[in-house]
Write a protein that binds this ligand. Structure first.
Ligand code: FMN
Length: 390
């Protein structure tokens, strides 16, 4: 078999596109409306520059750190995503790759595999929940996660049910009925490697949402769970404080893009926030996460950990984010491309690419530890960040 190793995340994406049926590839491209924010998440990183040193670089670079109380071999964590039935290895494969490379895992409440199976391969797993259903059901989901051994909670709030995409949303089957599967046939038969990976695994793509139930009943299909979430009125900051009080330990709010709300999150008692726009899946035209990161990092200081996600495709992006105030980053599509391209090994490959990029960048700019990175190490053009909202 040909060497499946890839040297950049961009190549992993090309392979994912080649390998996946168009509907599955479209599902991980995602993005809302015109994709303005999705594109800005990556292009904003391109606007940031470095000025390398010529001699005297540190011979060794240190990048291990702690993310929400968990030791991590680099300032990178798996962001929760709900689309991992793109490969038979799925969430368990991603969690195993993360464990093999010494980084924590975020598991989506829309994951296709049960949290218990994921924690078995990676004890550093955070469970992500949405504000969905009644309060008792939310607490029950958190209790299941606690019993399974989750090391912390991620409450994701940056989703506003914006469904339209200018390039069209993929049709995802909800069950293995002839009616649901028939429209997929033309796309799937053109992807023999995808079909072969499932045949080899002896399983079929998992279409249920097993972490939504807490009583051992049959998991809902994706759109049943999605409907329950959509019908739930959005939370107030008092609700956030209440949910946080139901969890004893590390608790992140994911999806903060304003300094004033970062302070509200601190007041609600969270231990971390992620500066995030859900990978460009919230309100389109929101700024790239990295553009608002500096004002948010300044607003919360050392009160809580600030991580960011959106647009990380290489190690130098991680370094740029750390220079602008992030303690660590979460990655989404980057590892999904790796998973689609080569399962667990593909995710490990992506993590190695990112680690190599962090190391090379630090060497190039002459910094020996990620904890020594500051805003002085990055060139920020005028007008990079939007005016601050007070
Ligand atoms: C296909 C897809 C599914 C996602 N599902 C979830 C999810 O279930 N829960 C969540 O908190 N975030 C979800 N996200 C957002 C990611 O956690 C993360 O914020 C985003 O992917 C970061 O941007 P990046 O993909 O450019 O790295 C999803 C993103 C994508 C692209």
């Amino acid at each position: 078999m040909a060497n499946q190793w890839f040297e950049t995340v961009a190549i992993a994406q090309q392979r994912a596109k080649k390998r996946l049926p168009s509907s599955s590839y479209g599902a991980i491209v995602a993005g809302a409306e015109a994709g303005i924010t999705m594109r800005d998440n990556t292009s904003a990183f391109d606007e940031l520059g470095f000025r390398p040193v010529t001699a005297g670089q540190p011979a060794e670079r240190q990048m291990d750190t702690t993310i929400m109380g968990q030791p991590s071999s680099m300032p990178v964590m798996i962001s929760p995503t709900g689309a991992q039935a793109i490969h038979p290895d799925g969430e368990v494969g991603v969690a195993r790759a993360a464990a093999n490379r010494g980084i924590p895992m975020g598991l989506s409440s829309f994951a296709s595999m049960p949290i218990e199976d994921v924690i078995e391969v990676n004890g550093q797993t955070f469970f992500q929940i949405y504000w969905a259903g009644d309060k008792d059901s939310m607490v029950a989901r958190m209790e299941r996660a606690k019993a399974a051994g989750a090391v912390g909670m991620i409450l994701t709030l940056d989703w506003s049910f914006s469904h339209g995409r200018d390039w069209g949303s993929p049709q995802i089957p909800q069950s293995f009925t002839i009616k649901e599967l028939l429209p997929q046939v033309p796309a799937v038969i053109r992807k023999p490697r995808f079909m072969w990976s499932w045949i080899k695994s002896g399983s079929i793509p998992k279409l249920g949402v097993p972490n939504f139930v807490t009583d051992g009943s049959k998991p809902p299909v994706f759109f049943e769970a999605y409907g329950a979430w959509m019908m739930t009125p959005p939370p107030t900051w008092e609700d956030v404080a209440w949910l946080r009080s139901q969890w004893d330990g590390e608790f992140m709010v994911k999806g903060v893009v304003r300094a004033d709300e970062a302070r509200r999150a601190v007041d609600a008692g969270v231990t971390a926030i992620s500066v995030s726009n859900h990978g460009g899946n919230n309100v389109d035209s929101a700024p790239a996460s990295v553009r608002v990161l500096p004002e948010i990092a300044a607003a919360v200081g050392d009160d809580i950990q600030v991580v960011m996600d959106g647009g990380i495709r290489r190690g130098s992006d991680v370094v740029k984010a750390l220079c602008l105030g992030a303690d660590a980053v979460l990655i989404g599509r980057a590892y999904l491309w790796g998973l689609a391209a080569n399962g667990t090994a593909g995710v490990e490959n992506v993590l190695d690419v990112i680690r190599g990029g962090i190391d090379a960048t630090m060497r190039g700019i002459g910094v020996g530890s990620i904890h020594d990175l500051t805003a002085d190490h990055v060139i920020v053009p005028d007008g990079f960040s939007p005016p601050r909202i007070r």
